[in-house]
Design a protein around this ligand. Structure first.
Ligand code: ATP
Ligand code: MG
Length: 411
């Protein structure tokens, strides 16, 4: 029979990789909690138009990367390629803005993009992300960036931080006009996609990965020359707060990000250790998006990090609890062994009751293969064997066994 294989660009995550996955996500969740973010669990499927209207019709994500399909009811749907659009949709649809104050939400989960699979780039990948709604203070920008830095620090991941400002809507409009003029003179050099973008969204040309386009934009005017005083001051504040928090950064004036919805602050955390796919986390402000998607005028900002890319950079996992295996020396002691395993588990010990049948010797071997640090032999008495040193100690009952495990630092 022919064997069924997983789909190209999709992955099974198991064993140590699954532990890494958990470590990354749990660490992020812990930090989100400390910063008082609440979880939002979002659907995997949205209407295509949500992403067209938020991420942008001229972006790579919408043009080339989305998994789009029609359901049996004829709806045009997409597997979500990113999280922010869904959070904003949910924020508006559920009237979260009416709760007063401001909202801080985080999410985790799978995203789907039809890209060329390679190290650190998959068609299903996972993101952790967070969004803040209803705050325009630059304090929020600084805190969000600091929070990402803290997640990376806790994972022991080095990544440099690049920041930039795209300015407010007005600054961007003025800049876009100038950029268009500049690019019009170099239209011949641009790829087909960019020729179209030139009319509809010239800013996207700056983000194009095609060599000719990269060359063409080499000497393009910089957005920074078109910023309003207000935007400049805002950016100065963000930098001042980051300085105060001891968060290092470099300003990269050509950082524009691949999604249309950003305004003012944008940032990326980049690692040099994982080749071309170096961006591990990215985000920024998107003060117009809530309104554009039909909600009240609400400033907002957020970030997303790629879990698989973070996993590539995690070297050390926290030590797992030592495994204690319970082996009844013969079948007559199965009932007693069930009780012993139950008692150890109730004390929080990671316990394996060796389930396989066979000779005592073969079950001992199995316990070794399962990675046991200790084995408890169950007969009329209990014996604790240290698998590393081979030393064996006898105890009368479960209570003294637990006492012994406490002494050895297992409990
Ligand atoms: P890139 O420039 O690497 O394509 P992007 O700008 O498309 O990234 P975002 O949409 O900002 O990425 O997503 C945030 C993060 O999600 C990225 O920084 C990256 O860590 C991760 N990510 C994006 N696409 C993929 C993918 N196909 N596979 C794995 N991780 C991804
Ligand atoms: Mg991309």
């Amino acid at each position: 029979m022919s064997q069924i294989k997983k789909v190209r660009g999709f992955q099974d995550i198991y064993g140590r990789e699954a532990e890494k996955y958990r470590f990354v996500v749990d660490t992020a969740r812990d930090i989100f909690g400390r910063y008082n973010f609440q979880e939002i669990i979002l659907p995997f499927v949205e209407e295509v138009s949500l992403f067209e209207r938020s991420v942008g019709e001229e972006t790579d994500i919408v043009q080339k990367e989305m998994y789009v399909f029609e359901d049996r009811g004829g709806r045009k749907l997409a597997l979500r390629p990113e999280g922010t659009a869904s959070v904003v949709r949910a924020y508006i649809e559920n009237g979260l803005y009416a709760k007063g104050g401001y909202q801080k939400l985080f999410y985790e989960g799978a995203m789907f993009r039809y890209e060329r699979p390679q190290a650190g780039r998959y068609r299903q990948f996972h993101q952790i992300g967070a969004e803040i709604f209803g705050v325009s203070s630059p304090l929020a920008d600084a805190e969000l960036i600091k929070m990402v830095r803290e997640i990376l620090d806790r994972l022991n991941i080095e990544a440099r931080l690049e920041i930039n400002t795209l300015g407010d809507f007005e600054s961007r409009k003025r800049y876009t006009e100038k950029l268009k003029e500049y690019l019009k003179d170099r239209e011949e050099q641009l790829c087909e996609d960019c020729k179209r973008r030139l009319e509809r969204n010239p800013l996207r040309v700056l983000d194009c990965k095609v060599e000719g386009c990269k060359e063409a934009v080499g000497n393009a005017p910089l957005l920074s020359q078109f910023l309003s005083e207000e935007s400049k001051e805002r950016f100065e504040k963000v930098k001042e707060y980051l300085d105060a928090l001891g968060v290092d950064y470099t300003v990269n004036p050509s950082l524009v990000r691949g999604l249309d919805y950003y305004t003012d602050t944008v940032f990326e955390f980049v690692s040099d250790k994982i080749g071309a796919q170096g961006t591990v986390a990215a985000g920024g402000r998107y003060d117009n998006l809530v309104k554009e998607l039909g909600g009240p005028d609400t400033p907002a900002l957020g970030f997303a990090a790629g879990v698989e890319r973070l996993m590539l950079l995690v070297e050390k996992l926290p030590e797992e609890k030592p495994l204690v295996s319970v082996i009844p020396v013969k079948e007559d002691y199965n009932l007693k062994a069930l009780g012993t395993a139950r008692d150890l588990r109730s004390k929080g010990v990671r316990t394996e009751l060796i389930l396989k049948e066979g000779s005592l010797k073969s079950r001992m071997k199995t316990a070794g293969k399962m990675g046991s640090k200790f084995v408890v032999f169950v007969s009329d008495r209990l014996e604790l064997k240290d698998m590393e040193t081979g030393s064996q100690e006898e105890v009368g009952n479960t209570e003294s066994l637990i006492g012994l495990l406490e002494e050895k630092g297992v409990i």
